[in-house]
Design a protein around this ligand. Sequence first.
Ligand code: ADP
Length: 493
Amino acid sequence: MAKYIVALDQGTTSSRSVIINESGEIIAINQQEFKQFFPQHSWVEHDPEEILQSQLSTLKETIQQAKIHPSEIVGIGITNQRETTIVWNKNTGKPIYNAIVWQDKRTADVCEQLKEKGLQNHVKKTTGLVIDSYFSATKINWILNNVKGARAQADNDNLLFGTVDTWLLWNLTNGKVHATDYSNASRTMLYDIKNLCWDTKLLNELAIPISMLPEVKPSSYHFGNFKLEECTIPIAGIAGDQQAALFGQACFNKGEAKNTYGTGCFMLMNTGENLEYSKNGLLTTIAWGIDNKIHYALEGSVFVAGSAIQWLRDGLQIINNAEESEILAKSITEENPVYVVPAFAGLGAPYWDMYARGAVFGLTRDTGKNHLIKATLDSLAYQTKDILEVMQKDSGVKLTSLKVDGGAAANNYLMQFQADILNAHVERPEIIETTIMGAAYLAGICVGLWKQEDILKRRKINNDFSPSLSEEKRKKMYSKWQKAVERTKNWID
Ligand code: ADP
């Protein structure tokens, strides 16, 4: 009998269900977008019921599309948008409020209060994070304080909290299992990533009863069962999207890193079983738990990456589509004197200057649009180098190759320039759907379909970009970039 793994990829804008065969090939994929709610400025919500239904209906369609029988599905892996917060009543199964999405900034003031109380150091040491509205903790607090009757229900032990993985798991198991995995727990800003328990001090500060919180399990683990047409399918893997991508890229060893080039960039480096704190504003997070071991990761993000290419298309209107940027950038064969710093919303790691704003440097009379296009693509690579430099400092590991994925990783010009400016190999895998593969691998390993070694063996590189720039040129260009960044700082009052 054939054996298949199902990966449920619950993202910020859509839910996807994917079927993967025993050879690790995607044989069917189905996607459904769902509504985004913006009830007020800087608020972002999703309907948890719609998330669940979109996930279930894509699952059904994918099974039909693949023409397989549910009895052939040996395991389900879940990967999800991280930090997004759902609170529901455990008796009715109904959410008491919409899901508050990771992008939502309504709790910025609560975060300020936590900072005023001097909790930064505690948060960093315990959770590996910085105090920010991005994470789940203050979102739970907001729901308990602002939804009518929520506090009383919580006091009576009737409420459950979950990130999206937990919400799906609870529903797929008919309310039997209330759990999450280490990677998702480590994004709540409530989880002690060293002692592997919920942190009482932060729970008390935010008045969150511990009874609301899910059990935390390894990422490759038999969480529970999903019943589908008389078949019992184990839910056997869970990881947050970025950690799943790290696993899907087979970054199993200390010092291996991946960068996802989407709207922004997300870079994660596996730091092995050692918990490394960053001195340069990166986050420490749990990569996954597997085989009774915890792997940690350093995480850094670039706010503006692919969205700078969207700016070329929609703002400046000098390209028709993102793909075109590759050919136009390649038309400039000499060294580009133009530098674009896309600090549209300030500068993140390692500069942390929210008063910085974007700028273009090095314009001359013969500057044309292609110089700007090339310089904008270059900025993705320079920002990646900025993060990687501090990651190497923090971890003490020198990186020899970077694994890449995400929409803009399709750009060959960008990937070659990335290799040149990093002086490291840039490896683009054949299967670019690394998040999905990560969730599938975690489940497949748990049910004994695959071993970690098989995944490594099977991994195919579609392109290996080797560095070919001279040391002298690389240094000169990177120092020009740094000079440009310096000049964007502290621009607005
Ligand atoms: P997200 O998951 O954040 O929505 P994706 O991984 O789908 O992002 O990637 C989309 C982003 O990548 C867009 O911002 C787009 O501008 C950029 N992009 C897509 N293709 C290319 C390309 N060939 N060259 C440069 N940028 C690209």
